[in-house]
Design a protein around this ligand. Structure first.
Ligand code: TRP
Length: 359
């Protein structure tokens, strides 16, 4: 299958899952995660965080993994991992994730050894040739400018399969770039099930997880040219103040045309700002554009500043409250790790049993 065919097929499956989760929320377990490389920005918020909150509120059991080991694959810096981990938890909770009210477990990799232990059998189910073909890994190696590729970078898609399979996650909300990793996860699940379960007349241990693709279009950075990202300096962080937000939007790139129109192909910068207003207020971008019309870039930016600051005001207030409760944040992570380990211990028992390693 070509890359577009794979994408279309994933979209179709995603659509069907969306229908089914309304009827059978408990049939699913969601696994999602982030690398703790910094705080989250509005691209994360509209692209994935809001969706996680929606799924958790619908009653789907949800695991949110903080992929601390994965930071080491393409970053030399490790000094801020702990701090970033806690900041991620603050962003999640401020956005509406609530482990006390929802069936949500938040934990870092490094506190759940059972998950990481699956790496050893899984490595034997994949070939070097398959690892070198992964387009997302290739791209990341290139964009990070890595000259010597460490084996952690090369094998992290297998580690991601461990993340998903150790808790028998069957839905993974992701963007398009993560599809090759999900393909790899399904391959590992299939091979494991065939070799250790089905061929020996036993029941399968692992599900074959599917992607739940985001419906929000990619949020561009304020430079309008590429995906919003902190490292490119084109992002508005969730934790920014209202003044900082206003200043960043004032500097956002637009174009030379005064009349505001919504034309994502021809005018990506203006379209991106219109889309952001639309995500805050629910008004269609075309209608915002015709309302602003000759008001031009100044009015567009003014409206965005107001809409975004208003939308984020409750989140930012909650953020400030949570920042003042570091013990609570730590407890969320410790409780989450404990629950994740209980799930992992069960899976590992099954895995040992089918691999004939029980003593
Ligand atoms: N690679 C993901 C990212 O960089 C984080 C991640 C780690 C993840 N393990 C995962 C995402 C498993 C989905 C499933 O954002």
């Amino acid at each position: 299958m070509s890359e577009t065919d794979t994408y279309r097929a994933a979209l179709e499956i995603s659509r069907k899952i969306e229908e089914d989760i309304k009827i059978n929320p408990k049939k699913y377990r969601v696994l999602t995660g982030d690398r703790p490389t910094g705080r989250l920005h509005i691209g994360h918020y509209f692209g994935s965080l809001q969706n996680r909150v929606r799924l958790a509120e619908m009653g789907l059991p949800t695991m949110i993994l903080i992929a601390d080991y994965q930071v080491l694959t393409d970053h030399d810096a490790y000094q801020e991992i702990s701090q970033n981990t806690k900041q991620l938890v603050i962003d999640y909770l401020a956005a509406g994730i609530n482990p006390e009210k929802q069936d949500v477990i938040i934990y870092p990799h490094s506190y759940v050894p059972e998950c990481n232990q699956l790496m050893i059998p899984f490595l034997t189910l994949v070939t070097n040739a398959e690892l070198s073909r992964n387009p997302t890994v290739k791209e990341e190696i290139e964009s990070a400018g890595l000259k010597n590729v460490n084996a952690g970078m090369y094998t992290y898609p297998i580690h991601q399969a461990c993340d998903i399979l150790f808790c028998k996650g069957n839905i993974v909300p992701v963007g398009k770039d993560q599809l090759p990793h999900l393909e790899m996860t399904r391959t590992i699940a299939k091979r494991f099930n065939k070799k250790f379960c089905l061929d020996a007349g036993k029941e399968s241990v692992f599900p074959e997880p599917q992607a739940l693709l985001s419906k929000t279009p990619m949020i561009l950075g304020l430079d309008g040219s590429q995906k919003m990202s902190k490292s490119r300096g084109n992002a508005i962080m969730l934790c920014a103040t209202e003044d900082e937000t206003a200043k960043l939007i004032k500097k956002a790139k637009t174009d030379g045309e005064r009349l505001i129109t919504y034309e994502p192909e021809r005018r990506p910068e203006v379209a991106n700002l219109l889309m952001l207003i639309s995500l805050c207020t629910g008004e269609a971008p075309e209608s915002i554009a015709s309302r602003i019309g000759e008001g031009g870039g100044g009015q567009l930016k003014g409206e965005l500043t107001e809409a975004l600051n208003e939308k984020l005001r409750p989140l930012r207030a909650e953020r400030a409250r949570l920042e003042a409760s570091p013990d609570y944040i730590r407890q969320v992570l410790l409780d989450g790790s404990k629950k994740a380990r209980e799930i992992g211990i069960k899976t590992l028992d099954e895995v040992r049993s089918v691999m004939n390693m029980v003593i």
